[in-house]
Design a protein around this ligand. Sequence first.
Ligand code: TXA
Ligand code: MG
Length: 331
Amino acid sequence: MSQNYQTSILFGENSVSQAVSLLQKGECVALPTETVYGLAADASDIIAVNKIFEAKGRPKNHPLIVHIPDVSHLENWAKSIPNTAYNLAKQFWPGPLSLLLKKADHVPYEVTGGLDTIALRVPAHPLFLEVLTQLNVGLAAPSANRYKQLSPTIAEQVMQGLDGRIAAVLDGGSCEHGLESTILDLVSETPRILRSGPITQQQLETAMGQIINTPKNHIEVVPGNVEAHYQPNTPLRIMSSKQLLIEIDRLKHTDCHFVVWSDAVIQQSKKTHAPSSQCSYLGNDAANYGRKLYVTLYQVDQTRPTQIIVEQPPQSDAWAAVNDRLSRAAQ
Ligand code: TXA
Ligand code: MG
């Protein structure tokens, strides 16, 4: 049913107005954000929202994030909003922080997967913001991938998953952060991070002047927050630097691919004459690594290796989002 579209790639002059006009007609359009590409639809139009679930093959009880043009729209979607939400918005919006609040009564349960809470954010990508400003509505937008696949960070990757299933993709180049937004729950008694992202726990604690929880295992299972997620097609394993060096030596010149970050491993792999085409070096800066992670996995996946072996990154706050996505990709 959802395979009926001639999906257009919108680029350059008039591309924003074309995206706006399709969204006004109740269609889904993939739009670039500063995190990953999102599959957007008018959040107050239930038929349009249902098209998102259909195009992605996403279960209906998985809640969507609603993107708003600015903080003044918060009251249109949420109620009993604490002051901390406004403080955080001032500091981090537009940007990669989704705030979980109590949903306003009129918000359709189709958007929130049947929950009484709603995740909201103002995205920072100029094209997405332009679309939002012109429409002056809320846009529901999950990552623009088929269910359980990698989130796209370039338009080409959106097309790979959704060509023929959506009206259009607005090409805005590659995404700045490359990993999905941090989700902060402001409804629970102590604020807690439901998904690590570009805004770190430390940044949030400094901004709020209080401790925040980051539950390792969600006690309350949020649909959509399943462990296996963000997956490439190729089996992926994570290994310590030491183990990885042994494996590189053993598996060089095979169809196995290595994703490494440390200088030590890259130097050593050169010494053992592992072909450079077998290694992706993402470096030791967490933000840069995050930006390149999904696109690297996507590109490596296209070469159909037998497995992808990833060097375990450091276990610090700055690497929390990367480690979270890697552990899910390895399920
Ligand atoms: O960076 C992002 O957040 C991207 C861009 C497009 O904005 N969006 C994104 O959406 O990653 P999605 O749907 O792929 O992931 C949203 C996550 C899901 O795991 C969902 O369960 C959680 O947010 N979520 C949304 N609303 C929620 C709610 N009311 N309660 C708990 N979790 C919620
Ligand atoms: Mg997603």
